[in-house]
Design a protein around this ligand. Structure first.
Ligand code: GAL
Length: 435
């Protein structure tokens, strides 16, 4: 399979011609009647969880592109950032026999829906737009079920980042931390200066997101793959795991004391206002900052979590399409094609803060953090260090993910010690590998 990083591809073909015609007709209707007129089957009905400030700007980009195709946009949002809170709402709709045309989805949830026979196979559009050639292999692994495309990936967020308030970073005379001791020293300086050193939210996925950076930084890429993707640790890995929990515990004194009451974007606001020095979060923080007109290098810094340079722990937002929805193939395919176009993925991910899910999107118009994300994603794709985020369910199916969440949160909240955390992790891995 060929993933050229500088590849430019011309855009397809018959479907596009048809949509241009429809766009022309829709535009003519606007001009003639003063408001757009759509056939009822030209509605793109979407369900998603993008509700924060930056996320709302992102969904707006998709809406604009859809409307430019002469299609009508109808969206329903339920907060929940890919957690079961969102999936429960979606599940109720599907069970009630009214699935939306499309839903946002991440990670192994795609395989779960596909295994129940709920998803439309997208192979035709994938072939036409040559997705196999431009989407990184590890993302394809999630977008495909039993060799068939069942989801369209729209971005490649990564989680192993430090997002740092720029003026505070300068005021404290800090330099980018390269190692674990460097990171602890910076957190200590922030604490002494009366800042919240490390902002974080209350949800288990956020705790796990912090944990996975500590883990890959301490253990390295091969360790992460063996232990968290293959769930097949060796004896030495178990010792390393113990060291990782020791490090994780060292972060406790630096956490925002109010973290059990906050959402991830409230934690981001603490960094934005300079009350907190930093947050370890996915590149959606870049989207929040961008929304608030903040500029990297002046208002904030984006640095790779120490010792994780070269690794890209990804979380790819994708769209899946329900067979039981009554939308026409034509309308659905028009939406699928739109999502995967270079131009949408460029504009969309300037807003989301992520790298696009295609390796061939020009990087010039992205901000510095976005450009770095694209470079890192392409490099990691070539070196096999593009690996799924545990926290965002891109590493393991739901039951394993939720079991890991529980151990990590219990440890972060001080309910269990390092030894107990390691033995519960081993149980999870043993359970997953036994038939
Ligand atoms: C993730 C999603 C990101 C971002 C984040 C925080 O699940 O993939 O795009 O929205 O949640 O809400």
């Amino acid at each position: 399979m060929f993933f050229a990083t500088g590849l430019q591809r011309s855009e397809p073909i018959a479907g596009d011609v048809l949509m241009s015609l429809k766009r022309f007709v829709a535009l003519a209707c606007v001009l003639w009647w003063g408001s757009p007129v759509w056939a009822s089957d030209e509605v793109v009905e979407v369900s998603h969880w993008w509700v924060s400030d930056g996320e709302r700007s992102s969904i707006d980009v998709i809406r604009r592109h859809v409307e430019r195709e002469g299609l009508r946009w109808q969206a329903e949002a339920a907060a929940g950032s890919g957690t079961s809170r969102y999936s429960d709402v979606l599940r109720q709709r599907v069970d009630a026999g009214r699935p939306p045309m499309a839903s946002q989805v991440i990670g192994y949830d795609i395989h779960e829906w596909a295994s129940q026979g709920k998803l439309v196979v997208l192979d035709d559009v994938a072939r036409e737009q040559e997705w196999d050639e431009v989407v990184p292999y590890d993302i394809q692994h999630l977008s495909k079920y039993q060799g068939h495309w069942v989801a369209a990936p729209i971005n490649a967020h990564s989680t192993n980042w430090l997002w740092i308030n720029g003026p505070q970073f300068a005021r404290l005379g800090l330099v980018p931390p390269d190692t674990w001791p460097d990171l602890l020293a910076i957190l200590e300086k922030a604490k002494t200066a009366g800042l919240i050193p490390l902002a974080i939210g209350r949800e288990q996925w956020e705790h796990t997101l912090l944990f996975e950076s500590v883990a890959v930084g301490a253990g390295g890429a091969e360790f992460y793959r063996r232990v968290f993707l293959d769930l097949n640790p060796n004896a030495r890995d178990i010792q390393v795991l113990e060291g990782i929990f020791r490090r994780f515990g060292q972060l406790r004194p630096y956490l925002d004391p109010g973290f059990t009451k906050r959402s991830w974007d409230q934690a981001t606001d603490l960094v934005r206002s300079g009350k907190a020095l930093m947050q370890v979060q996915g590149s959606w923080v870049n989207g929040e900052f961008h929304h608030h007109s903040m500029v990297p290098g002046r208002d904030y810094e984006c640095l790779r979590f120490p010792d994780t340079q070269g690794v890209f722990l990804f979380n790819s937002d994708q769209y899946m399409f329900f067979t039981e929805n009554t939308a026409s193939d034509e309308t659905r395919n028009a939406f699928v094609r739109t999502l995967m176009r270079i131009e949408l993925q460029r504009e969309l991910n300037i807003a989301t803060g992520a790298a696009p899910a295609r390796v061939d999107v020009p990087r010039e118009s992205f901000n510095r953090c976005g450009q770095q994300a694209i470079t890192d994603m392409r490099g990691a794709n070539m070196r096999r260090t593009l690996m799924g985020s545990i926290a965002m369910g891109n590493a393991n199916p739901g039951p394993v993910k939720r079991a890991i969440y529980q151990v990590v949160s219990d440890h972060l909240l001080g309910r269990i010690d390092d030894g107990e955390a390691v033995s519960r992790m081993r149980q999870i891995m043993d359970g997953a590998s036994s038939p």
